[in-house]
Design a protein around this ligand. Structure first.
Ligand code: NAP
Length: 239
């Protein structure tokens, strides 16, 4: 791995929340390949692609533990990271519990609550409680989805998942409005429909087609203050 002096990324110290597998794990690999130092979180001690990657690589990643649905765990993580400064905080964690064709109003209320708690409240709690670890000229990114676009929703499907990402977008916009005088770049990101356990096997993209361009887009935004909702290629997604 190249050291920070030869880093090929604008974000050299990176904190990724929700990185055990899928897109989060691939984002960790990409930043490590680009010479960043990464702190990446998992929820538990279970074997995972992230742990396999850390075992196979020559440093550059530290694993921390947090479940974003548990506020006291976020506070404990914040305390453990005290004194560290990150160029990028990226909250990637999210889940979907309802089938694609489920009518939103038919969902079991516990599944509805769990999706909202994780994808909206948990993500925003992580942003609010970890944001002061981010350099004033750094970046706070959140994994949204093209399905979070209200104006692009002409087909329905994934009703509740869409609703969680639209609510996340709205809450992050409120965060951006409250922090309008700051220099940080604030990003809501749509990675495309990607083959992971969440995206499913019919998804359009391999992880390798989504994440390197997404990381390019994040890096290109460094130093541009304010909020954007962007796809992996850096194009604006309609709200
Ligand atoms: N795949 C797609 O097509 C697609 C498209 C648009 C947006 N996204 C978004 O991208 C993000 C990652 O999705 P993915 O496709 O990589 O899904 P995935 O393979 O199912 O991975 C989800 C990740 O989120 C973590 N996570 C879930 N709940 C958590 C919690 N309460 N606290 C901390 N971590 C938690 C999981 O940890 P565990 O291993 O512990 O469960 C796992 O690391 C999600 O926000 C998703 O909505 C995905």
């Amino acid at each position: 791995m190249s050291g920070p002096a030869e880093a090929k990324t604008a974000h050299r110290n990176v904190l990724i929340i929700g990185a055990s597998r899928g897109l989060g794990e691939a984002i960790v690999e990409t930043y490590v390949e680009r010479g960043a130092r990464v702190v990446a979180t998992v929820r538990n001690d279970a074997p995972s692609p992230l742990r396999d990657f850390v075992d196979s690589t020559d440093g550059g990643v530290r694993i921390e533990q947090v479940d974003i649905a548990e506020p006291e765990q976020i506070d404990a993580l914040r305390a453990r990271l005290s004194g560290e400064v990150f160029d990028l905080l990226f909250v990637v964690a999210g889940l979907s519990l309802a089938p694609a064709d489920a009518v939103g109003a038919d969902i079991d209320v516990r599944d509805f609550d769990r999706m909202m708690e994780t994808n909206v409240l948990g993500v925003m709690r992580a942003v609010e409680r970890l944001q002061d670890l981010v350099d004033p000229g750094g970046t706070i990114a959140v994994m949204s989805s093209g399905q979070g676009s209200v104006s692009n929703n002409t087909t329905g499907g994934f009703d509740v998942y869409r609703a969680t990402k639209a609510a996340l977008n709205q809450m992050f916009r409120s965060y951006a409005a409250r922090h309008a005088d700051e220099r940080r770049s604030l990003l809501l990101l749509a990675p495309g429909w990607v083959r992971t356990s969440l995206g499913g096997e019919n998804a359009m993209l391999e992880i390798g087609e989504s994440i390197p361009p997404l990381v390019d887009t994040i890096d290109a935004q460094r130093g541009t203050p304010g909020l954007r909702f962007l796809d992996r290629h850096g194009n604006d997604v309609p709200w």
